[in-house]
Design a protein around this ligand. Sequence first.
Ligand code: NPW
Ligand code: ADP
Ligand code: K
Length: 494
Amino acid sequence: MKVFSVNQIRAWDAFTIAHEPIHSIDLMERASVAFVKWFCAHFDDRCPVTIICGMGNNGGDGLAIARILIQKCYAVQVYIVKHTEKGTPDFAQNLQRLHPQTSIQWIEQEAQIPTFTSNSFVIDALLGSGLTRPATGLIAKVIQQVNDSEATAISVDIASGLFADSPNAPSDVIIKPAYTIAFQCPKLAFFQPQCAEYVGEWHLVSIGLSESYEAQTPTPYFYTTAAALSSLTKARKKYSHKGSFGHALLIGGSYGKMGSIVLSAKACLRSGAGLLTVQAPRCGYDILQTSLPEAMVLPDWHWMVNTTVPDIKPYSAIGIGPGLGQDPQTLLMLKGLLSSLTSPIVLDADALNLISKHPDLLHSVPKNAILTPHPKEFQRLLNDQWKDDFEKLAMLRTFAQKLQLIVCLKGAHTAIALPDGSIHFNSTGNPGMATGGSGDVLTGIITGLLAQGMPPADAAIFGVFQHGNAGDRAAQKCTQPALIASDIINEMGW
Ligand SMILES: NC(=O)C1=CN([C@@H]2O[C@H](COP(=O)(O)OP(=O)(O)OC[C@H]3O[C@@H](n4cnc5c(N)ncnc54)[C@H](OP(=O)(O)O)[C@@H]3O)[C@@H](O)[C@H]2O)[C@@H](O)CC1
Ligand SMILES: Nc1ncnc2c1ncn2[C@@H]1O[C@H](COP(=O)(O)OP(=O)(O)O)[C@@H](O)[C@H]1O
Ligand SMILES: [K+]
């Protein structure tokens, strides 16, 4: 799914109005109906609903939502903040459409701001994607009052005061909703850690905007959906054999850190790789052979760390990094490996840290190599610091494009930057996966997919998605706090 900027969404709106064709008031009605459908499916009519409206189209949505909820017998109180003389035409029309007996209060001064009770829902329709400046004055006071209350706030399209495509200043006043119900497509802000408390749990509702506009309008940003990946899962042919599914080589582990490579290895096999060899220091030989009899082991002569450049001819993909350590002899091995590469590679953890310490190495990393840093590892690779998450994203994009690499910047909504300048935000996963070894599992999965011949960009996007999917299934079974990396492996399958 494409992620559009506010200007593009506005153009999408206009395109739909012109080409469907549909009147803008009817499009607003569709959006409001979609919001109410979500709302009623989640909350019954026992709690009072307060709808706070601005005078733009977001406020127009709020008024239409009020009318529809009243028809459904919800107890609704409407407040309109008079922040301008004249509302938008669709706002005005929806105001007229409200039943004369609807309870409407205009807020024209601070004393008229209500207190929001703890058992109520506050539907936030003050400001939407039309935000042009930070919220101030009366609107800011209302936002503050909502944030100070214990009412459950639900934002229409986007939290009032939150910029969709650019960072807010830390002092900006923004609604902190429990939920955001966004129309048609997510906003870039939804993927930024710094915006988390201004987004809450977000859901998309379709309002039937033009499919042809979506198809023909370019954007660097995408949100990965299961539907878009369905073509990547292929049934195995009847007469296929283990040789049909590639031979992966994983290099990692060191004394005291053998668990990492064991996790990667298990995940690699579960991703469907036909054969797996693990190169590990000699101390890991018994550990690997015992914990994972399905894998072959290539013991390094060194007892503690990996030092030997393997003969890479037999392997269809290589993954290196988990538990690797940063010994000087390991660095030499990594240098040798990078200079002799012919197969696709995943670089993770200490492989990335070694590269960060010896930045020249970055230029020997082949095009389309997949790097899987968490934010700290990425910051080391860049040797630079971003001032906010939007700048981090821009730096990620430039880095991947300039070096022609695939970079999976891990975390909630892992951002996968491709050499073509696109960024794909993942839609699966949960905070239960913030536990040692989760990233090692991902390295194994992507290496296994590469070994089976999946193109690197697909392997990165599909692997991250399935890793999160398995994590979500695991969390459902054992809860997020109890989740450990092995549970992700046990829940793998597609
Ligand atoms: N295609 C879709 O997705 C659909 C979208 N729809 C809905 O429309 C919403 C966007 O509506 P919108 O463009 O009228 O903007 P919205 O945010 O309501 O109004 C802001 C207005 O107030 C002003 N203003 C700006 N900042 C301000 C501030 N800090 N403090 C005070 N005022 C401020 C600014 O005007 P200005 O003062 O800058 O001239 C602006 O005109 C969208 O989020 C969704 O809910 C659906 O109905 C249909 C389909
Ligand atoms: N809050 C979260 N939501 C979703 N996924 C998460 C979250 N926290 C961590 N993860 C995922 O878990 C993995 C953690 O990787 P990493 O930090 O490298 O762990 P480790 O080094 O212990 O293996 C990543 O794939 C990341 O996307
Ligand atoms: K809003």
